[in-house]
Ligand binder design. Structure first.
Ligand SMILES: Cc1cc2nc3c(=O)[nH]c(=O)nc-3n(C[C@H](O)[C@H](O)[C@H](O)COP(=O)(O)O)c2cc1C
Length: 131
């Protein structure tokens, strides 16, 4: 039986990550994660990405391989990967500066944009914000 895994990393957008490029990335990720039952959160702030992904080990491992090779970001640093007994995020969500713009551009994705309640002291917030 495949285990549930939660993986957290941070990275920096490669140069020239346009708004349109970010929109494409979000839309693609949103659709694929939904289909695979991958949940989590993507934060884009202060020119950094931070992401938590949760799902079955085989799916997370496959996605992590792709994410590390993605030339749209650099300095991809694994913060934590651990097995979990239940998910912290019930659906895939995104939190980032500019979400109002996204809502206008990609209304389909708007449902996924919300303020996520991060578990207290989640390593992603520590890595991104030092808090
Ligand atoms: C910051 C960042 C976050 C990403 N997050 C996801 C994600 O949550 N789900 C996903 O399928 N792809 C994500 N991607 C895209 C993957 O790196 C890769 O392009 C995608 O999985 C390719 O899928 P395909 O080859 O199956 O079309 C992300 C890329 C970046 C740069």
């Amino acid at each position: 039986m495949s285990q549930l895994i939660e993986l957290t990393y941070v990275s920096e957008p490669a140069q020239n990550m346009s708004f349109l490029g970010l929109m494409r990335l979000l839309y693609h990720s949103y659709s694929k994660n939904q289909a695979l039952g991958i949940t989590g959160a993507l934060i884009y702030e202060n020119n950094q990405f931070g992401q938590v992904i949760e799902g079955l080990e085989k799916d997370i491992e496959a996605l992590w391989q792709k994410i590390q090779k993605d030339s749209r970001h650099k300095n991809v640093r694994l913060i934590e990967a651990k097995s979990i007994s239940e998910r912290s995020f019930s659906k895939w969500t995104m939190v980032f500066q500019g979400s109002e713009e996204v809502a206008k551009t990609l209304p389909e994705v708007t449902a996924a944009i919300e303020d996520v309640e991060f578990p207290m002291g989640h390593p992603l917030l520590i890595a991104l914000r030092g808090a």
